[in-house]
Design a protein around this ligand. Structure first.
Ligand code: SAM
Length: 473
């Protein structure tokens, strides 16, 4: 039985509810009246239900599809403006005891080089990341209680936060590690993590069990209730996602939104972010051998419909996607992107030697961070290195109230400009700096509150002339 509040995975991700929502959408995909009614509700920008969202996703009426894309863009503009938050992944270890059939880190893969960064390696890697200009990391590790115990992750977080090299600092560490216990989530919270990220991979239980035949990750219920435990452990910024390509996208889309609805209903705060990774080729993984891959058009529509369904939830895209695809979905709802990423264990300090292979998947967008920053600015986006919210205690529902208060333009916009200015001063190429300085000059005028505008202008001057850093609202 479907119960959005239930602590049980099979009740808040109820297969019966998903099937009935999918058939409702199928029946109404050409029903103008129903779809227009949903669009009217959606245009209030307060979100819509999974059943309504899947109907928009299925919609086959051309002019209404146009309206869907326009609304997604409008919502993106309203809540995120032209800011795009930058981050980089850091792979700590590819030791893993799971048997995930889509991931080259699976236990039986003997082709790849198993590696785990020591604390000294981490210092080198993070110094290199700071020298690129990064301020926000997503830590990644395989699941292996012997090689990657929680103590190792905690020690690594401490090391990362302690590294202060030139004007650099990692100010927010997000964590993508396997489902764990409430106690461990509490420890992660105490270590000062930003978001706890865990992809569901697939919400379809049968496929999940088949795709994760061995190892602790085989336990669908434990994996699916991880965010509940994270919330219980005090982490109120959680990031969800599915790996598109594993099962049918309509099913995954419905499951993803039901998961968001569950967290909102049970804990009063929905997910902080949703990631939309698509399956990629990797060492012994052939993405084409999975039959549920989605094309770029479907992918774009998924992004647009998520944007409409959960306006307050950030959306993340990685370098799994090409420049072209990234450009398209940025308009429709993506608010965070990675740049200059390496998916090998290490690889920022010096490229991985030819004969070593520790990569998780092939990267499509191989540009440097400077190139990605410049490209964004050439399209009039503001690359933001802001990490203010969580450092000011604006997590969970306090972040959501900032979104709902309409004060984003007086808070996030200045923070984006000030952190971009730091990037331009410390790390940008001359060409990027010229474009960026002009952008900042224009964008300062878009801070609505006069007082805030004056403060930003003054701080920008301090950053440029006095080498001062880390201003924030
Ligand atoms: N080990 C952790 C866990 O169990 O969730 C998470 C870290 S894993 C390094 C990060 C994510 O990479 C996985 O959740 C999965 O969705 C994604 N991934 C694995 N194989 C992939 C592939 N071949 N292509 C794209 N993404 C992949």
């Amino acid at each position: 039985m479907y119960n959005v509040m239930s602590p049980r995975a099979e009740e808040f991700i109820s297969d019966e509810e998903i099937q009935s929502s999918l058939s409702y959408a199928e029946q109404n995909k050409n029903n103008r009246e129903v779809i227009e009614r949903i669009l009217e509700k959606a245009s209030e920008m307060k979100g819509i239900s999974h059943k309504e969202a899947i109907t928009l996703l299925d919609c086959e009426i051309e002019d209404l599809n146009e309206r869907i894309y326009q609304l997604a863009e409008a919502i993106k503009q309203e809540f995120y403006g032209n800011r795009v938050v930058m981050f980089a992944p850091l792979y700590l270890s590819n030791y893993c005891i799971n048997g995930c059939k889509y991931c080259p880190y699976h236990l039986k893969n003997k082709n790849i080089t198993r590696k785990k960064l020591t604390q000294e390696d981490i210092v080198r890697e993070v110094t290199a990341l700071q020298d690129m200009g990064h301020k926000r990391l997503a830590l990644e590790a395989g699941e292996d209680p012997v090689n990657n115990p929680i103590e190792y992750i905690l020690e690594s977080i401490r090391t990362i936060y302690s590294i202060k090299h030139k004007n650099g600092a990692i100010r927010r560490v997000n964590i993508n590690i396997a489902a764990t216990t409430v106690d461990n989530y509490r420890l992660l919270k105490e270590a000062g993590i930003g978001t706890y990220i865990l992809f569901q991979e697939t919400y379809h239980k049968e496929s999940y069990l088949e795709l994760h035949p061995t190892g602790p990750k085989h336990d669908y219920d434990y994996h699916t209730t991880a965010m509940d435990r994270a919330m219980e452990g005090g982490i109120d910024d959680v990031g969800v996602g599915v790996l598109f390509g594993l099962d049918k996208y309509r099913y995954e889309f419905a499951g993803l939104l039901m998961h968001a609805e569950h967290l909102e209903a049970a804990f009063g705060v929905g997910p902080h972010t949703i990631s939309v990774p698509r399956l990629r080729n990797a060492d012994d993984i052939d993405a084409d051998s999975f039959t549920n891959g989605i094309d770029d058009d479907t992918f774009a529509k998924i992004v647009a419909c998520i944007r409409i369904a959960v306006p307050y939830t950030g959306m993340i895209i990685s370098t799994r996607e090409s420049q072209k695809v990234r450009e398209r979905v940025l308009h429709l709802g993506i608010s965070q992107i990675s740049g200059g990423s390496r998916t090998s264990v290490g690889g920022y300090y010096e490229p991985e030697p030819e004969d070593e292979k520790s990569e998780q998947f092939d990267v499509s967008d191989t540009r440097s961070l400077d190139e990605v920053v410049r490209w964004l600015m050439e399209m009039d986006y503001i690359p933001s290195f802001c990490t203010a919210c969580y450092r000011e205690g604006r997590t969970g529902d306090r972040f959501m109230s900032l979104c709902k208060s309409g004060q984003i333009q007086n808070c996030c916009h200045p923070n984006a400009l000030m952190t971009l200015k730091e990037y331009l001063m410390d790390y940008a190429s001359p060409e990027t700096k010229t474009i960026g300085d002009k952008l900042i000059e224009r964008e300062v005028l878009n801070v609505p509150n006069e007082k805030a505008r004056a403060v930003v202008t003054e701080n920008l001057r301090y950053i440029e002339q006095d080498n001062r850093r880390d201003f924030r609202f």
